[in-house]
Design a protein. Sequence first.
Length: 309
Amino acid sequence: MRILIVGAGAVGGYFGARLTLAGEDVTFVARGAHAEAMRTRGLVLRTPAGEVRTPPLRVVDLDGARGPFGLVIVAVKWPSLAEASARLPGLLADDGLVLPLLNGLDSEDAVAREVGDARVIASIAYMSAGLSGPGAIETLAPTRAGLAPYRPGQEPRVEAVAALLERAGIPVRRSSSHRAMLWEKMVWNAPFNAICALTDQRAGAVVERMEDLARRAMLEVIAVARAEGAEIPVETADAMIALTRAEFPLTEPSMLQDVRAGRATEVEILQGAVVERGRRAGVDTPVLGTLAALVRGLSPRAKASSVAG
């Protein structure tokens, strides 16, 4: 099966590298010095378990991608999703699938509008990673994927993709509800991305110094999720605090990385989205509302990331 990675930053690059090392036929969409390093030297993955390197990779820009592909993993930033999604119908095989590995709650819906519900599998990445230089990805904790049917009846296709990822060394957590899966990640993502970005601290430091603030923000996310029908237990907040201490204390979330690099943040699809959904559902979100306002006040010094990751 031919696989296309659209957005070869830390997330897409990691997944694509693991699939390449497992012998899959992978093409990457990337640009600039990162693309050149991948094309000439390959990708190096620096992980807690050690360092691995791929051979030189097939790297193109989006215009240079030639389908059909049986699997497309989309791992761009939200502002680039519309452009990437519009190209997917011409790249995807008739029975192909798209895995949108983005932050937020709506990327599956955006992709499905272009390729149809049946060709989308809900997916998330549980990882602590960043680019440490052109062609180099550093992960600070174990990486896992989450998969769920986007529509009823997709369970066999979910299982096939899960088996593919697991053969590549990426453990997969299966979920029966894609909405619950996306909301569960948001319970961590919305609070920690904002607090880490605003304080310039890693997730472990936030837990040690601002645990109550993080927990109150997480409980607001859970309240909004439950109002929308996602069955997220209140105890999820405590479980995620414990998980952050145990596995992810060194995590520097993507919003912190964006602020440090002078890029635009994803505030509207993270904190802003939860606040707006809470407003519509009649759920107060004072902590997240304050965090969103503060993040919006951070002035980006550069444009948001492009489709190339």
